[in-house]
Design a protein around this ligand. Structure first.
Ligand code: PGA
Length: 255
């Protein structure tokens, strides 16, 4: 497999952190540090920060993403945000199916699929998150869990649409816990995801797919994780809130 066929992508997932004022400060600190990046750099920020984030990154190489979107164009869905709303603002990426959405907000593979289809139809690029629980890993069903998520989350996504999809492998037990998957564990599952996509689509489509690792990735372990053949980038939570740490990960991905 040829890693050079794929674009490395480092994306920050800010989760429920940073007010608009703080978002502006953080992005003003990040942008000069990552300006020479040889990878794609994204900050996925809370909805209320999108406007200032787009402004703060205008004319820079940092792209902005949202952290979710609804599948309907509009309607009676209190608290939800449509793809059209994001698109009109100039948002390019959207995180979908994050384990925190699945765990705390009833997100299922069916709703992740609906959101993914809607995002793609609107011209947004979804970062679709998959990952096993600790219990599932211990029961040795990681591959079954991941294959099921990939099949369901990407159901009816065309090969053409797949070109705009990023997959983030985030073992749930490694998120925000300080427990990073070893580089070998990350590589094993990212390779399995690619093989699954090759079966569903074809090898060429699978080879072109960017697969990120996420889960306590930081400036100390990024080098090793990103050196793996099938790890094409990272979805970064905690470390994306500290400009220097995030920039160091971007640097590791630029090598
Ligand atoms: P973490 O979060 O880097 O804080 O573990 C990653 C994520 O949830 O995307």
């Amino acid at each position: 497999m040829d890693k050079t066929k794929r674009k490395a992508i480092i994306a920050g997932n800010w989760k429920m952190n940073k007010t608009p004022k703080e978002a502006k400060e953080l992005l003003n600190a990040i942008t000069p540090l990552v300006k020479d990046a040889d990878c794609e750099v994204i900050a996925c920020v809370p909805y209320v920060d999108l406007s200032v984030a787009l402004e703060a990154t205008e004319g820079t190489n940092v792209k902005i993403g949202a952290e979710n979107c609804h599948w309907a164009e509009s309607g009676a869905f209190t608290g939800e945000i449509s793809t059209g709303m994001l698109k009109e603002m100039g948002v390019e990426y959207v995180v979908l199916g994050h384990s925190e959405r699945r765990q705390y907000f009833g997100e299922t593979d069916e709703t992740v699929n609906k959101r993914t289809k809607a995002a793609l139809a609107a011209g947004l690029k979804p970062i679709v998150c998959v990952g096993e629980l600790l219990w599932e890993r211990e029961c040795d069903i990681t591959e079954e869990v991941i294959a099921r998520q990939i099949k369901l989350d990407l159901w009816s996504v065309t090969e053409e649409e797949l070109k705009n999809v990023v997959i983030a492998y985030e073992p749930v037990w490694a998120i925000g816990t300080g427990k990073t998957a070893t580089a070998e564990q990350a590589e094993e599952v990212c390779a399995f995801i690619r093989a699954t996509v090759a079966k569903l689509y074809n090898q060429e489509a699978a080879d072109a797919l960017t697969i990120q690792y996420g889960g306590s990735m930081n400036d100390g372990n990024a080098d090793e994780l990103l050196s793996k053949t099938n790890v094409d980038g990272g979805l970064i939570g905690g470390a994306s809130l500290v400009a220097e740490k995030f920039a160091a990960i971007v640097k590791a991905a630029s090598k």
